[in-house]
Design a binder for this molecule. Structure first.
Ligand SMILES: Nc1ncnc2c1ncn2[C@@H]1O[C@H](COP(=O)(O)OP(=O)(O)OP(=O)(O)O)[C@@H](O)[C@H]1O
Length: 691
């Protein structure tokens, strides 16, 4: 008995699997799927292992430690010896930072090349741990500076995570060592603070010589404030303190603040309020994110008060700090919490009382003209080691007394108008006479601001001093605020300056030995008295002296040129006209004599004679002035009879069809007339269109 055949399956799968092509394809597909799945698992597993075993640390460029870590990474490392390790830790991306140091004497500046890790990934070995460094630029960028965001990511085994602490400590130590004995200066860039050049060597506090007690008072106050943070916090008072230093230029205000920062181991963050482009918003923003341990220095505090006036005078309407903007930044809701702020000004009189109130400015100090004490101290600093008996100092002080620059030891002044000089000017004198005490005493006269009168162009450069320190610069003969050399009181000079639209300036800028760039040597002067100085371009007298007459002469020349041009043009035109008309006359005279434009005698036009039907005779040509008969009688033209006559003549009865004219609206309803209605028909022998 034979077995019954197996039942036929609905789907012929067996035969499908029996097909070697199908079976092979299916096998391959299975293998592919398994490989893809395996790959996924491997990736997942690797990332899981990475998560479990590795640890990342990301530092953004905005963070202060970013530069420290870069500096740490650029440290030279010991050469790796192992085959794999040495190849693994090779750095393939290095970026270079070049620093050219400035030299005052014009010699070739020393250049420092500083290699640091470039962008990309590399591996370093630190204390037996391998660390992957990934320095990358992000796609986003800082809106204010336009620079792309940057990050450095350090990756190491989780087991080595503590290594990061060591790295940061080392980087910080390096940074501290590099900054030690230096003061970091910060300046604003957009709404960010950036380090301003390299850190400067700390200025010793003793190198700034202020009048007795001033320095000590400020230093004591600042130190006291720094030690009382908790006291402020407990009482809910914002931990801020403001100082205003005012006085003439070159009295040592900025130098003192820099030295104070050095003493406290602080940096200095500077904003010049007279700088254009600094807005209220920017100022407020900058003050809220001051770099830690910095003194805020707001220079030219009076600028906020002057900006409006300046905008009116020079037409500048751009961004400047306003008075209320300054007040808000110092003391408003958005003002930063912890801060030591120093404001400086040369013009205390321009400040508003609102600024000088506790909370904004807690201490106001005048740093004035050089006193006897300062002159003496400065002498000791410069010549102390060679002037052992202090004889030179006595001579110097006596000389200053004679020059009425300082009083004697009892405070009495020599007879005559008092004068003032700045500490910057005294420093300049001593620098000019290094190791030469006699020279310094001899040249002390140069500390007196002088009146220069170059005779060649008859221009006076006025420097006028009085007891309250006033000086006027650049007085041309026209703009001279005084009649002759002499001394004026502050009020007189100020009012005269105002008349000229100038502000008065302090004399230190003018001293022969002033270190300020504006005062060095007077250019192109013909007077022997005027040798040692230069006036800054703004007040250059020579320029004004020849510019004004030059402009005046140029204007007059221009005016005369215009008039003569006008005259020449009109004369030429007249001549041409005259010549043309005389040529015309001449031509007419010649030609009229022969034939003439107008025919003479009984002019007749016989052209018409040839016309058919009019051969009877020529039509006489009438002359232009022959009276023409008017068909309308003016006397009767408007009468009713004449109008009725005109109507009768004008209305053509043949145009009237059935009581209405063609196209006129019939009374009692409108009917469009037929196409040919009213037109002559074939019966008239005029049209073939009518059926
Ligand atoms: N009292 C001082 N002691 C030591 N040096 C001084 C003193 N005053 C001025 N100088 C020197 O004069 C120069 C100018 O000083 P500084 O810039 O500090 O003056 P300032 O009062 O801030 O002037 P300004 O008001 O124009 O900013 C510096 O080189 C500084 O060393």
């Amino acid at each position: 008995m034979s077995n019954p055949p197996p039942p036929r399956s609905f789907l012929p799968l067996d035969s499908l699997f029996d097909n070697p092509l199908f079976a092979g394809g299916l096998g391959l597909a299975g293998l592919g799927a398994a490989a893809a799945l395996g790959r996924r698992w491997v990736i997942k597993g690797a990332s899981l292992i990475k998560q479990r075993l590795l640890v990342d640390l990301e530092i953004s460029k905005q963070d202060e430690s970013y530069q420290w870590i870069l500096a740490w990474l650029s440290l030279p490392r010991p050469q790796e010896t192992g085959f794999i390790t040495s190849r693994l830790t090779r750095i393939h991306h290095i970026s270079m930072k070049t620093r050219v140091q400035k030299t005052a004497n014009g010699s070739l500046p020393p250049v420092k090349f500083h290699a640091q890790s470039g962008y990309g990934k590399h591996i370093i070995r630190y204390k037996n741990a391998f660390i992957q460094i990934d320095r990358a630029k992000q796609a986003s960028h800082n809106h204010t500076t336009g620079e792309p965001h940057e990050t450095v990511t350090l990756t190491t085994l989780y087991a080595h995570r503590n290594i990061f602490e060591d790295i940061f400590e080392e980087a910080l130590y390096l940074e501290r060592a590099a900054q030690s004995g230096k003061t970091v200066m910060w300046s604003s860039k957009g709404t960010d603070w950036v380090q301003f050049g390299d850190a400067r060597r700390k200025r010793p506090l003793e190198s700034v010589i202020l009048d007795q007690g001033i320095k000590e008072r400020i230093v004591h106050d600042v130190k006291d404030f720094l030690g009382r943070q908790e006291w402020y916090v407990n009482r809910g008072i914002p931990y801020r303190r403001g100082y205003l230093l005012y006085g003439p230029p070159g009295s040592g205000k900025s130098s003192f603040i820099q030295a104070l920062a050095g003493e406290l181991d602080f940096g200095v963050a500077i904003i010049n309020l007279s700088e254009r482009g600094i807005t209220d918003d920017k100022l407020a923003h900058l003050l809220t994110k001051l770099p830690p341990r910095t003194i805020l220095l707001l220079e030219d505090a009076d600028a906020a008060f002057m900006n409006r006036r300046q905008a009116e005078s020079d037409g500048y309407n751009g961004a400047t700090v306003t008075f209320s903007g300054l007040l808000n930044a110092l003391d408003g809701v958005a003002a930063g919490e912890e801060r030591i702020a120093f404001l400086t000004t040369n013009h205390i009189d321009r400040l508003d009382e609102a600024l000088i109130r506790p909370g904004r400015v807690d201490m106001t100090v005048r740093i004035g003209w050089a006193t006897r004490h300062q002159a003496s101290e400065m002498w000791d600093r410069f010549y102390g080691d060679i002037d052992v008996q202090s004889e030179g100092r006595t001579l110097f002080l006596e000389r200053l007394e004679q020059l009425r620059l300082i009083p004697n030891e009892e405070g009495a002044w020599k007879e005559g108008a008092r004068r003032q000089t700045s500490t910057a000017a005294i420093q300049g004198l001593f620098i000019t006479n290094k190791d030469n005490m006699a020279g310094a005493v001899e040249m002390a006269e140069g500390l007196i601001p002088r009146i220069y009168e170059p005779e060649a162009n008859n221009v006076r450069v006025g420097v006028y001093i009085n007891d309250t320190t006033v000086q006027i610069r650049n007085s041309s003969p026209k703009a001279d605020v005084r009649g002759s050399a002499g001394t004026f009181d502050d009020q007189t000079v100020q009012s005269r300056c105002n008349q000229r639209g100038r502000s008065h300036h302090d004399e230190s800028e003018w001293n022969s030995y002033g270190s300020r760039a504006r005062v060095s040597s007077l250019r192109s002067s013909t007077s022997s008295e005027v040798t040692p100085r230069t006036l800054d371009h703004e007040y250059e007298p020579q320029h004004t002296s020849f510019l004004i007459p030059l402009i005046f002469t140029a204007l007059i020349c221009h005016f005369f040129c215009l008039i003569s041009l006008e005259l020449t043009l009109s004369i030429t035109t007249t001549n041409i006209n005259l010549e043309m008309s005389s040529a015309d006359d001449q031509y007419e005279a010649q030609n009229d004599a022969v034939s003439g434009d107008v025919p003479a005698g009984d002019a007749q036009d016989n052209d018409y004679v040839s016309r058919p039907g009019q051969k009877d005779g020529p039509i006489p040509v009438q002359s232009d002035n022959t009276a023409i008969e008017d068909p309308i009688d003016g006397a009767t033209a408007d009468s009713d009879e004449q109008l009725a006559r005109d109507d009768n003549e004008a209305i053509d009865e043949s145009n009237i069809i059935d009581g209405r004219t063609r196209g006129a609206k019939p009374s009692g309803g409108y009917r469009e007339p037929g196409d040919e209605e009213g037109l002559p028909g074939p019966e008239d022998g005029t049209s073939s269109g009518r059926q």
